[in-house]
Design a binder for this molecule. Structure first.
Ligand SMILES: Nc1nc2c(ncn2[C@@H]2O[C@H](COP(=O)(O)OP(=O)(O)OP(=O)(O)O)[C@@H](O)[C@H]2O)c(=O)[nH]1
Ligand SMILES: [Mg+2]
Length: 341
């Protein structure tokens, strides 16, 4: 899984060097000592980071480590200016946090689609010898060298930005729910760890309302410390407005609903205080028969001691409860938006 999905990468970016200034003299008939006409070198290209909404992981392209913009061309004779180097535009998913790898401080956060940041500036071109002529030096045999471009090591860290995060044990039905309410087609399987890569989908909540939902791989005990890569996945729900915690209430589930709730609840709290306190809707999944309903009752009894609200019951198979769930999601988002104002 590690070789396909990247949510962390270290890369080295090199802006282009400026082209050198030229030493040259005009050559004309009958004028053996023409004036200086060496042109300036072109500017080196910049390295520009672009926040691209069509990407959602730091995929394979970024396994390459070095990224170079091109150098500026040297100046020519006859006052010809060297061509500027081409800038390199590096497309990264929205939600990428960029740090300086040496000092570890945040350089930028690519949070808005289309946002562009010049992360390494190209070097200035050197001036040609025509700039160095004056009364006492009419035959300047000097020109300036181009400047080096900026060179930086960057740490890229992807943190998805979504309205709603789906969390739960493996096999809880997270991806199934996402595929039911959005156009996203995540992989679904009757076994744990089907989802290996966080995925986002857009859910329509009304005529002109929509929410972005992030589906992450299942969490297991110890996730906050890195078990099952849980800490990396939890990071993708750091930037959500609220969470849907899914609890499998079918008889097939490995754990009783109350225990399943507690495992994930504890991991969220241990990951960070903020995530532990993030508004959350508990969702009892796979509730399509009496057996499921009675297990959902035990979950509610358990929640009574811990939380104000009961679990919302859904079945992705029959579609039961999904409309109500989306209505609740819409209501919560409105609430969250009000609080942010
Ligand atoms: N009976 C029933 N089965 C369901 C329901 N929702 C999901 N499933 C099944 O549960 C299994 C796991 O579903 P997924 O959506 O892949 O679960 P997940 O939580 O995304 O699992 P991971 O990606 O491994 O964390 C699949 O076999 C689904 O078909 C439901 O409402 N009722
Ligand atoms: Mg899944």
């Amino acid at each position: 899984m590690e070789n396909r999905f990247r949510d962390e990468a270290e890369i080295h970016v090199h802006a282009g060097r400026g082209g050198d200034g030229r030493i040259s003299f005009r050559r004309e008939k009958y004028e053996p000592r023409g004036g200086p006409d060496g042109g300036d070198g072109g500017r080196g290209g910049d390295v520009i980071l672009v926040a691209d909404a069509s990407l959602n992981t730091l995929y394979d392209p970024y396994r390459e480590r070095d990224y170079r913009a091109t150098d500026g061309e040297p100046g020519g004779g006859n006052n010809r200016h060297g061509a500027d180097g081409k800038s390199l535009r590096l497309h990264l998913p929205v939600g990428t946090v960029v740090r300086d790898a040496e000092r570890n401080h945040v350089l930028c956060d690519l949070s808005t689609p289309g946002q562009e940041v010049v992360i390494a500036k190209g070097g200035r071109g050197g001036r040609g010898n025509k700039h160095f002529a004056h009364a006492t030096r009419q035959v300047p045999r000097i020109a300036e060298a181009g400047r080096e471009g900026e060179d930086r090591r960057l740490l890229l860290e992807l943190k998805l930005i979504a309205d709603v995060g789906l969390v739960g044990l493996p096999n809880a039905g997270k991806s199934t729910l996402l595929s039911r309410v959005s156009a996203a087609r995540p992989k679904i399987g009757p076994y744990p760890f089907t989802t290996l890569v966080p995925e986002v989908g857009v859910v329509k909540l009304g005529e002109d309302r929509a929410a972005v939902i992030a589906d992450i791989p299942g969490l297991i005990e110890g996730a906050h410390e890195g078990s099952g890569l849980g800490d990396r996945f939890l990071r993708h729900v750091d930037r959500t407005r609220f969470l849907l915690q899914l609890v499998d209430c079918s008889v097939m589930a490995d754990l009783e609903p109350a225990a399943a709730f507690d495992v994930v609840d504890a991991e969220l709290r241990k990951h960070s205080r903020a995530l532990g306190r993030r508004p959350r809707i508990v969702v009892a999944t796979k509730v399509e028969d009496e057996e499921g309903a009675s297990r959902a009752d035990t979950l509610d009894a358990h929640l009574r001691t811990k939380r104000r609200a009961k679990a919302l019951r859904i079945s992705a198979v029959t579609g039961q409860g999904i409309k109500d769930l989306l209505a609740e999601v819409a209501r919560r988002l409105t609430e969250a938006a009000k609080e942010e104002d």
